[in-house]
Ligand binder design. Structure first.
Ligand code: SF4
Ligand code: SF4
Length: 191
């Protein structure tokens, strides 16, 4: 019943607002956020929902209501780690991971103020490791991230603990055809 009311109110709103932002996202990513029925399934399973200023379902609602600035300034888009837990749960098959990627890209392109700047550096460290080896090398990511943020001693004890438990490989493992991965990155940099 609650869902029906929610859908009904959305249909009424559809006539009142133009959904410019939702259309922009659909054009860039192919994701139709208007399909979201606000069941909250995504937010109930997201391991980071409590740290986000808007859990995923609310972020989508903000997009539906065309609140572009609020969405692009939110911490949510930077705290999402792309774990797919939410998308697996979504009855409407909304690809929330790609949605977050798209929102981050827009925010970067528009040089928006990033509420979690060190997370952007973390993303860059992860991507750089994938570009180098075709997969992630945790120790390299950690060192690269530290050199970008200059926070050398933050999490130092955690790093030592991980090393002692052999959770950090000293040398990276590589995919067989790393050249193809590098080509993909080179093309994406061109774009
Ligand atoms: S992909 Fe992002 S929004 Fe979805 S559950 Fe994981 S952290 Fe949360
Ligand atoms: S699980 Fe899917 S339909 Fe439900 S609120 Fe989240 S995005 Fe919307």
């Amino acid at each position: 019943m609650e869902e029906q009311i929610s859908t009904l109110s959305l249909n009424i709103k559809k006539k009142e607002i133009r959904f410019k932002f939702a259309k922009e996202i659909e054009r860039l990513s192919g994701i139709d956020v208007m399909r979201c029925i606000q069941c909250q399934g995504c937010s109930s399973v997201c391991p980071f929902a409590e740290s986000m200023d808007y859990p995923p379902n609310r972020l989508i609602r903000l997009i539906q209501y065309d609140l572009r600035d609020t969405v692009l300034s939110s911490s949510t888009i930077w705290l999402c780690v792309g774990c797919h837990t939410c998308s697996n749960q979504c009855p409407q098959a909304i690809d929330i991971v790609s949605l977050m990627d798209t929102l981050r890209s827009i925010a970067i392109e528009e040089k928006r103020n990033i509420p979690e700047p060190t997370i952007l550096e973390f993303h860059r460290s992860v991507m750089s490791s994938i570009e180098n080896h075709g997969r992630t090398h945790k120790l390299e990511i950690m060192m690269d991230y530290k050199s970008r943020t200059r926070k050398w001693f933050e999490d130092f004890n955690l790093g030592l603990k991980m090393l002692s438990r052999r959770k950090l490989d000293l040398t990276p493992s590589r995919v067989k055809n790393n050249r193809e991965i590098k080509e993909i990155f080179a093309r994406s940099w061109e774009l």
